[in-house]
Design a protein around this ligand. Structure first.
Ligand SMILES: N[C@@H](CCC(=O)N[C@@H](CS)C(=O)NCC(=O)O)C(=O)O
Length: 209
């Protein structure tokens, strides 16, 4: 499989980390949504990343679609999203908070890199920041309340992958202070030591077009 997109995208990164955790090898095309837009569109008319090109040539887009596909490949015993019940509900909710925070962070970053200074609208950026912080506060509370090494207990799930990659992105790209979300920052620091996260390491200079 070919994974398209840079690891400075939290959405690309949650897919890369998941593939590594699930033992699914991939070739990485480190393409930027700015300068490599035309190349990305050949595989995904939305021009977005992550895009995953399967071995039969089919291209899938949107990280949620990709994560579902990858879980299906390994079966319910190894899938990162719990198969049913309260664990599935809670994992999906935490994933929604993580990806929602990441989306609001990406919007703030894009305001700075895709718009000329005179067209940037501060109230919109502030609103996105507030929404992002609302989600981060809930993720931090979930990390503080966790009973075990991972968000849902003894086993690492997609809630951890999405929450941690979202935090690492906002901390790196927007310089959100770790002291504001100590439990989330500590959980992320532990997970980032794992090989699956380290292999998809991003060197944070803020994302570029
Ligand atoms: N909901 C999408 C969001 C993906 C996304 O926002 N990707 C950004 C990079 S972080 C992108 O492709 N931006 C280029 C664009 O939207 O034109 C997902 O989960 O994959």
């Amino acid at each position: 499989m070919i994974l398209i997109g840079m690891f400075d995208s939290p959405f690309v990164r949650r897919v890369a980390v998941s593939m590594r955790l699930l033992g699914l090898p991939f070739e990485h095309r480190n393409w930027s949504v700015g300068k490599d837009q035309a190349a990305i569109r050949e595989y995904n008319p939305l021009g977005r990343v992550p895009t995953l090109v399967l071995d039969d040539g089919v291209s899938l887009c949107d990280s949620a679609t990709l994560l579902d596909y990858l879980d299906q490949q390994v079966g319910p015993e190894r899938a990162l999203l719990p198969p049913s019940g309260v664990a599935r509900r809670d994992a999906l909710q935490l994933m929604a908070l993580g990806s929602g925070a990441a989306e609001k962070a990406v919007t703030q970053v894009y305001e700075g890199i895709f718009r000329p200074a005179e067209k940037q609208h501060r109230p919109w950026v502030d609103r996105c920041a507030e929404q992002m912080h609302g989600a981060l506060a809930l993720l931090d509370a979930a990390c503080a309340a966790k009973r075990g090494p991972y968000l849902l207990g003894e086993r690492l799930t997609q809630a951890d992958v999405t929450g941690v990659t979202a935090w690492t992105f906002v901390h790196g790209a927007l310089r959100v202070d770790a002291s504001r979300y100590p439990a989330l920052a500590a959980h992320a620091a532990r997970c980032e030591q794992m090989a699956a996260f380290a292999d998809a390491r991003l060197d944070f200079s803020p994302p570029s077009a």
